[in-house]
Design a binder for this molecule. Structure first.
Ligand code: SAM
Length: 258
């Protein structure tokens, strides 16, 4: 990593790596191999096109997958989340309990990382289209950095519909401090759908609150996402990715109106 980093930045990066190793001890090489084998079985056996950029098709593929298959194909994403999310949020979260929404939360791997890094007393709502993945996510426990339990809720819904909580109530306007998404928006959604999502994310976020949104890491794809969210009143504060080879990044946006 860069030698131009200040001491506090270097310490934050070392802490992040230590936590990532503690919470997910398996190395990247093992996870990549596991994922390649799981993808082979899912593609050949089930003919599931979960990397489709038409969302309907991706949703059908994910809903047809077992939790075990999904855990295989999500292995690299799980590793990346422990690096990308904390780097992207570092120094940007409010110093008080937050209300966060994790879009396309899968079996809760991204939610687990948020739980670890959000301030004490925060709550997280995961929205996910697969009932089986939601059942798995609900069965897990979520802990903050000090090992304290974190309150979570999960709801089965498409994120292309207005966001609701786990008791079915529409999320009120300007009630959320952070919307997060990993491993979904950059791949499984088309431009019109991303625009719809950006509008809904803006509706639920408080003025000045954050949206951490996955995007292609290459320049054109990243700039497209920044323009699209920019038209809905978001300012890009920076971006992060898990490692230099990661083809996806996460952009940190701030909602206007503060
Ligand atoms: C690669 S996984 C990422 C899961 C999780 N965010 C993580 O980082 O581990 C993408 C997830 O997006 C979900 N998804 C795709 N389209 C969706 C939609 N329209 N509404 C809700 N979930 C969706 C899929 O079911 C899948 O669980």
């Amino acid at each position: 990593m860069s030698s131009r980093r200040s001491n506090p930045e270097r310490a934050a990066e070392e802490r992040l790596r230590r936590i990532a190793r503690e919470r997910l001890p398996e190395g990247l090489a093992v996870l990549v191999l596991r994922q390649a084998w799981a993808e082979f079985l899912v593609r050949v056996g089930g003919r599931l096109r979960f990397r489709a950029n038409e969302n309907d098709r991706a949703v059908r593929a994910y809903r047809a997958m077992s939790v075990a298959d999904f855990e295989g194909v999500n292995a690299r994403q799980k590793w990346a989340n422990w690096r990308t999310i904390p780097r992207n949020l570092h120094g940007r979260l409010p110093a008080r309990a937050c209300r966060a929404v994790d879009l396309c939360s899968g079996v809760g791997d991204s939610t687990e990382v948020l739980a670890c890094y959000l301030p004490e007393g925060s709550e997280i709502l995961g929205l996910e289209c697969s009932p089986e993945f939601v059942a798995r996510a609900r069965a897990r426990s979520y802990r903050d950095a000090a090992g304290r339990p974190v309150k979570t809720g999960f709801r089965v819904q498409s994120v292309l519909e207005p966001f609701r909580d786990d008791a079915d109530a529409l999320l009120p306007d300007e009630s959320v401090d952070l919307v997060n998404c990993c491993g979904a928006l950059a791949l499984n959604f088309q431009e019109g759908q991303l625009d719809l999502l950006a509008a809904e994310i803006r509706r639920v976020l408080r003025a000045g609150a954050l949206a951490a949104i996955d995007a292609p890491a290459e320049r054109d794809g990243k700039e497209r996402t920044i323009r699209l969210f920019g038209r809905r009143g978001f300012e890009a504060l920076g971006s992060a990715r898990s490692c230099r080879l990661d083809r996806y990044a996460q952009i940190c946006f701030r909602r206007d109106g503060r």
